[in-house]
Ligand binder design. Sequence first.
Ligand SMILES: [Zn+2]
Length: 155
Amino acid sequence: MSIALGDGNHVASAPADRKIRGQQANVYAAESRIAHGRWFDSIEEVQAFVDSLTASDWWFAPHVVRVEVSRLVSKNWAGVGCTDDEHNAGTIALTKNGQNELTVLHEVAHTITHKGGGHGPVWVRNYLKLVYYVLGSDHYQRLYSSMQAHGVLFD
Ligand SMILES: [Zn+2]
């Protein structure tokens, strides 16, 4: 059985589950090979950075007007991000290890990708767009190439 990646209405079959887990691992591997951009000293600094994104002329996610940043305590994750459809908003939470531009953009991409989108092609497209706008074309190209080299699925 094949499933449409990023379609939250589908119940994933076992092989597709493996594929999705593979996609996540491939994304993490691709990211580990590239620079993570500027590091932030505090959650407040990250909030100011994220506020500047949502206020930008190029902000392409009008369904998310605010992204709220908070502290995450986790040994397993540098950060998490999710949509808050009810409030046209999103939330991200970061550990100290996640207080850098690349991780923040990764999580912001989750807030603007519909629920159930995981690390599927729609999320990948949103993430790459954010990296292009914020970190520039060189950084975008390095991430894109690294994703290709690690077998990340695009649409
Ligand atoms: Zn993620």
